[in-house]
Design a protein around this ligand. Structure first.
Ligand code: AMP
Length: 214
């Protein structure tokens, strides 16, 4: 089982991916998380990616596809939830090719759809733990104790540099210009489902579940 979650930054792809992981015993492949880990570890990949990420621009397709190829080689036929990938039509085509080569396919593509203003509000309120990576939202999912991570107890939650207002505007532009056409790519293949992403976490979860027919 391989599922792609599409949608603008901050729409809740990571949260929904987590539900699917728990239910399907799947592994999440988030290119954003892989890139942030590479930046933290100071690898060559991280050094290449950092400038693009800080500006809210996309990391070049060949870098991303190389990372995915390596990851898919490790995972074999383990169920996978792709989160934040593919972000361009070229990446979607590269994934098609990779899947064909491995004799695998994509079962379903779920696009979470919201207005830009919802994205801006959610990203502005997102905070994360610099120690364990847990993600909170000051509006919808605040930590139990202000500024303290529920998961590891670290004090001092941070805002991602690319969740700052000037970068959010560019990320939305990049999304509309380069990522929105990816939905058409999968629509043409007949496996796209659109789910409203503006409701509560539970409402979106139910929408995703019915899109997957289970
Ligand atoms: P995310 O956490 O998915 O919002 O990703 C954070 C940043 O990582 C993006 O703004 C891009 O700079 C980069 N990134 C993540 N996934 C991709 C991808 N599939 N293609 C290109 N750049 C990506």
């Amino acid at each position: 089982m391989r599922i792609i979650l599409l949608g603008p930054p901050g729409v809740g792809k990571g949260t929904q991916a987590q539900f699917l992981i728990d239910r399907l015993g799947a592994v999440q492949v988030s290119t954003g998380d892989l890139l942030r880990a590479a930046v933290r570890e100071g690898t060559e990949l991280g050094r290449k990616a950092k400038g693009f990420m800080d500006a809210g621009d996309l990391v070049p397709d060949d870098v991303i596809l190389g990372m995915i190829r390596e990851k898919m080689g490790e995972l074999g036929d383990t169920p996978v939830i792709f989160d934040g990938f593919p972000r361009t039509v070229a990446q979607a085509e590269g994934l098609d090719e990779l899947m064909n080569g491995l004799g695998l396919g994509i079962d379903k593509v779920v696009e979470l759809v919201v207005d830009d203003q919802v994205v801006i509000d959610r990203l502005s309120a997102r905070r994360s733990c610099p120690k364990c990576g847990a993600v909170f939202n000051l509006m919808f999912n605040p930590p139990k104790v202000e500024d303290v991570c529920d998961s590891c107890g670290h004090k001092g939650l941070i805002q991602r540099d690319d969740d700052k207002p000037e970068v959010i505007a560019n990320r939305l532009k990049v999304y509309h210009d380069q990522t929105a056409p990816v939905a058409n790519h999968y629509d043409a293949q007949g496996n796209l489902a659109k789910v409203p992403g503006a409701g509560t976490v539970e409402e979106v979860k139910n929408g995703v579940q019915s899109a997957l027919g289970r």
